[in-house]
Design a protein around this ligand. Structure first.
Ligand SMILES: [Zn+2]
Length: 161
């Protein structure tokens, strides 16, 4: 299989509707604030926040299917305009070398535990994520921050298999 691997943050249309509702995936009221320091890892556009950005910490499930493996957890997003839904062939450099857990999921929407990788700071996440897809059982890879376990990005084949 030589499909291209693409990297995404969270779904843009879903974020737009959640922000319009004002209630996150955990049932919490969304409370935007102005970031006065910058450096929050944003999952809407996979960039780091800049001082002055309007952002919010919200509960989110990045999974686009139902089942017991569908988790919800905290992420940080822009609540105003941003690039949103950008699709990357390579992870942005600000994100590519963070310590990370890569969790591959199979066709039954379960974690392929034997393939999970814990990567230290400095590893090349783009390369390590792509390598997981050489296994045909891998449908999606969800990356979680190594310290907090917060969702960081998702990788899929394009076109999907
Ligand atoms: Zn953003």
């Amino acid at each position: 299989m030589n499909n291209q691997i693409v990297f995404n943050g969270i779904d843009s249309d879903e974020l737009t509707s959640v922000l319009a509702r004002g209630i996150d995936h955990g049932g919490n009221r969304i409370a935007p604030f102005v970031d006065d320091e910058g450096g929050w890892p944003l999952r809407c556009c996979l960039q780091d926040s800049k001082s002055g950005d309007e952002i919010a910490i919200i509960a989110w499930s990045p999974f686009e299917w139902d089942g017991p493996y569908r988790e919800t957890g905290p992420i940080v997003v822009h609540t105003g305009d941003c690039a949103r839904s950008a699709t990357f062939n390579d992870l942005p450099e600000n994100l590519n070398r963070h310590p990370m857990t890569l969790r591959p999921y199979g066709r039954e929407h379960t974690i392929l535990y034997g393939l999970v990788e814990h990567l230290p700071e400095g590893d090349d996440l783009t390369k390590r994520t792509r390598a997981l897809f050489t296994n045909d059982d891998v449908v999606e890879v969800y990356a979680k921050n190594a310290t907090g376990g917060c969702f960081a990005f998702v990788a899929r084949r394009n076109p999907p298999t």
